[in-house]
Design a protein around this ligand. Sequence first.
Ligand SMILES: [Zn+2]
Length: 325
Amino acid sequence: MTDVSRRAFLATTAVSLGAGLAGPGVPSAVAADNDFTDLVDAHVHVWTPDTAAWPIAAEFTKADMQPASFTAEELLATCRPHGVSRVVLIQMSFYGFDNSYMLDCIHRHPAAFAGVGIVDHDKPGVAAEMRALNERGVRGFRLYANRKNAQAWADSAGMQAMWECGADENLAMCLLADPDALPAIAAQVARSPKTPVVIDHFARLGMKGGLESPEAKADMERLLKLADYAEVNVKLSAFYALGAKKPPYDDLAPMMRRLRDAYGAKRLMWATDCPYQLDQGPAGEAHSYEASLALVRDRLDFLSREERLDILRNTARRVFFDGLA
Ligand SMILES: [Zn+2]
C-alpha cells in the first residue's frame, strides 16, 4: 500500500468509526484520531466536459479546461478519503457570470457544498441577484482584485451595493487579490467594516519572486494590518503556486505563523484550490491533495490541535456553512 492510499484507508476507517461505532468499547485513542474528519476544503473549482449542457463563456475554449473534467463527483471521490466532507465551490472563470453548473452541484449535494458565485456588478439589481443566489446555497461572491480594478471600486455604485448587501445578508466578499491591490482593499474594508471578507491564497504573496524580496515583505505587512478589521479572514491555500512551490511547503510556515499571530486561527481557513492541487496535476506535478492537508494537519509545529481544527474545519464552517448544515 502506498503512503497515500494507506492514509486514505485510515481516514476512511476513521470516518466510518466516527459515524457508527464510537461508544463503549472503542478506545479513546480512536476517538482522538477521529478529530481530523468532517473537514472543510474552502476553495475548489468544478467543471464538466459536457459543454453542450453547460456552455462555457465565449472567451474560453475546451482546450482551456485543464484537466478536461473535474466534476462534483470527481471532487468528492478525491477529498472524502482524506476526511474532507464539505467543500466551498468557487465559480470557475470558464463559465463567466453563469453560475448554473456550480448551483447544480450544490443542488445535488446540499450537505457537501456551499458556493462562491460571480455576478456582474455593473448590471442593475446586483444585490437582488446576490440574494437570489444565496437562496440556492451561495454564501460569497468572488471579486478579482488587481490594483487597477480594486482602485475603481470606490467609484462604482454596483460594487458598493455588493459590499452593502454582503454586510446585510452575511455574504462574504471573496477576493482573488494581487498583492499590489492590498492598499485599495484596505480602503474598501475601511468603508465597509461589517462586510465579511475572505482573502484567497494569502493575497498571492510570493506567487512571483518568492517571499523574501522587499516588496513581498511590505505586502506581508499590509496583509497583517488588515487583521485590525474583525470581518477579514484569510485562506491558507494554493500551496502549489506560492513560494518554493514544492511539497512539503515548509517555506510557507513563517508566513503562516505570522498570519496566525495576527488573525488567530479562527479567521484562517485551509483550502487546496483543486483541481490545481491533485496527485496528478495538469502537468503531472509532484503536488498532492494529501501534501496540502498534511502541511496544516501534521507539520506547522506552532499550531495547537485546536488551531489545526479551526483552520481545517471551523472557520470555513462559520463563514460558509452556517444555516446550511
Ligand atoms: Zn482557485
